[in-house]
Ligand binder design. Structure first.
Ligand code: GRF
Length: 219
């Protein structure tokens, strides 16, 4: 089985990218990051990739007439690296439906909530305000609906008395890292696939997202 080629898109500090880079260094890793692309030329994520000798691409949306043209150029340039999978790891842009269409089933996103709860922003604050006892993160296939594509995997953690959005975010982040690495690993082993609007795991439709326990994912 050849290594899965990953393109990672990030707008920010790149800690999820860092987790994938660490996972890639494991002896039994089945994937390699062939490109890190971003919409913020100054993003730390791009520096981290450069320092590791990974190809980077920084495209500034301000140089384009509209979202459709930016996204078309971005994905054309990504395609030149022939990735098998595009990973949105803190990529803070809504994607143009036409530009992303060819990537449906080959693009995933990490989102800091237990989807379908709390699509969009301020997920930690919304979980606390709703009185939730459990919070978490999701990895899902990307579709034109924002944070709305089929969910592959969840990691859960309790919300404790006195938690703030910042404390939740800090406690969740290391779990996000493990969730993303474990999910990419399963995709690299060809054990996960998008089938219509459902997710197949080992050839059978998933009834509920896989759940992270320790470092591994299971139904
Ligand atoms: C993560 O919380 C991710 O879930 C969200 O954006 C954040 C990115 O963090 N979509 P980082 O840039 O990977 O550190």
């Amino acid at each position: 089985m050849t290594n899965l080629r990953l393109a990672v898109l990030a707008s920010g500090r790149g800690s999820n990218l860092g987790a994938l880079m660490a996972a890639q260094r494991e002896p039994d890793a089945r994937f390699e990051i062939v490109l890190v692309a971003g919409d913020k030329p100054e993003a730390l994520a791009l520096r981290i990739a450069e320092e590791a000798g990974i190809a980077t691409l920084a495209l500034d949306p301000r140089g384009y007439a509209d979202r459709a043209r930016f996204d078309a150029d971005l994905f054309a340039r990504i395609a030149a690296y022939a990735p098998d999978l595009v990973v949105l790891a803190g990529f803070m842009r809504i994607l143009d439906a036409a530009a992303m269409a060819p990537w449906i089933g080959r693009m995933i996103n990490i989102h800091p909530s237990l989807l379908p709860k709390y699509r969009g922003l301020k997920t930690h604050e919304r979980a606390i305000r709703s009185g939730d006892e459990v919070h978490g993160a999701s990895v899902h296939f990307v579709t034109p609906e924002l944070d709305g594509g089929p969910v592959i995997s969840h990691v859960e953690m309790p919300i404790e008395a006195g938690d703030t959005p910042a404390s939740l975010a800090a406690r969740l982040l290391p779990l996000e890292h493990r969730l993303l690495a474990a999910t990419v690993d399963l995709i690299a082993r060809r054990r996960i696939a998008l089938a219509g609007n459902r997710v197949d795991f080992d050839g059978a439709q998933l009834e509920a997202p896989l759940r992270l326990a320790g470092r591994s994912l299971a139904p």
